[in-house]
Ligand binder design. Structure first.
Ligand code: AMP
Length: 282
């Protein structure tokens, strides 16, 4: 595996790949890798000639007072995991490389899609995501880019950007990888105290109960949201940021559940904000 930090080295390393018309799969991450990230890399490995993964903790997607300064890092452990996943190129730029002095451009998907769900409590988050993803897609020019369903809104927003701006890339979404007790894997799980970690599986449990209610015929979004809320409040110190039922593609709120449905939630345990979701076809 080649570890590359500079943009010109990345371009050089990819020049021959492009000349030979070999396909490139790209997995952007913020590092502190876990099996969720690795599942994306393995999928990219299966479907492409060359796999590029990036690790970049993107300051632009963190709001004031969020966890940018304490976000977990493990460069060496990450590199070992990427080698095991047969990644060809690890791109590890520093902040100056991505945002050199004088950088003054943003890429933003406007409208309700970035204002709902996580956009409500993180109003500048998706602007940071689309700006860095646009830059990384330009640098790597992959045939396919792999994203986790864990960040369902991110996938919808990135797909919209790719469509609106004619990026020549296929966005591939990959299923959520969970701990044995159902908690969605996340680099941020490392922040949880043992007690919070014990309570956190309630998120997935509440989503599973919702799925069962819908399978039994319930179609009122309000009733389902209410049931999820009640279930989450069976554990102590869980503070709900949002529970929303939306159309998977447009992220428009549903009153009556039907079609491509996303049930998404964000809940805080202490300072740690966790997200989870399930997608249903009804
Ligand atoms: P992050 O490092 O949190 O920015 O995540 C990088 C990519 O990995 C994103 O596309 C995430 O959606 C994806 N990802 C994170 N956690 C999981 C998980 N538990 N299962 C599947 N994909 C994940």
């Amino acid at each position: 595996m080649k570890v590359i930090e500079a943009k010109q080295d990345l371009r050089q390393a990819l020049a021959n790949v492009k000349k030979d018309e070999r396909t490139i799969g790209f997995v952007p991450t913020m590092g502190f890798l876990h099996d969720g990230h690795i599942s994306l890399m393995r999928r990219a490995r299966e479907e492409n000639d060359i796999v590029v993964a990036s690790i970049f903790i993107n300051p632009a997607q963190f709001g004031a007072g969020e966890d940018l300064d304490v976000y977990p890092r493990d460069r060496q452990g990450d590199c070992e995991q990427m080698i095991n996943a047969h990644v060809d190129i690890a791109f590890l730029p520093d902040v100056e490389t991505i945002y050199p002095e004088g950088f003054n451009t943003v890429v933003e998907v406007e409208g309700q899609m970035t204002q709902v769900l996580c956009g409500q409590s993180r109003p500048t988050h998706f602007k940071g995501v689309t700006t860095v993803v646009a830059k990384l897609l330009n640098l790597v020019s992959p045939d396919r880019a792999y994203f986790g369903q864990k960040d369902a809104q991110q996938i919808s927003v990135v797909r919209k950007m790719v469509k609106d701006l004619d990026f020549n890339v296929q966005i591939v979404d990959c299923p959520i990888v969970r701990e044995p007790d159902g908690l969605a894997m996340s680099s941020r799980n490392a922040y949880l105290t043992p007690e919070q970690r014990g309570n956190a599986p309630v998120l997935f449990q509440s989503l599973c109960s919702a799925e069962e209610m819908i399978a039994d015929g319930e179609r009122s979004a309000a009733v389902i949201v209410n049931a999820i809320e009640k279930r989450i409040h069976t554990v102590e110190n869980a503070v709900i940021d949002y529970i929303s039922i939306v159309n998977t593609n447009t992220l428009q709120e549903l009153d009556t559940i039907g079609g491509s449905t996303l049930i998404a939630l964000a809940v805080k345990f202490g300072k740690t904000r966790l997200i989870d979701n399930i997608r249903l076809e009804i």
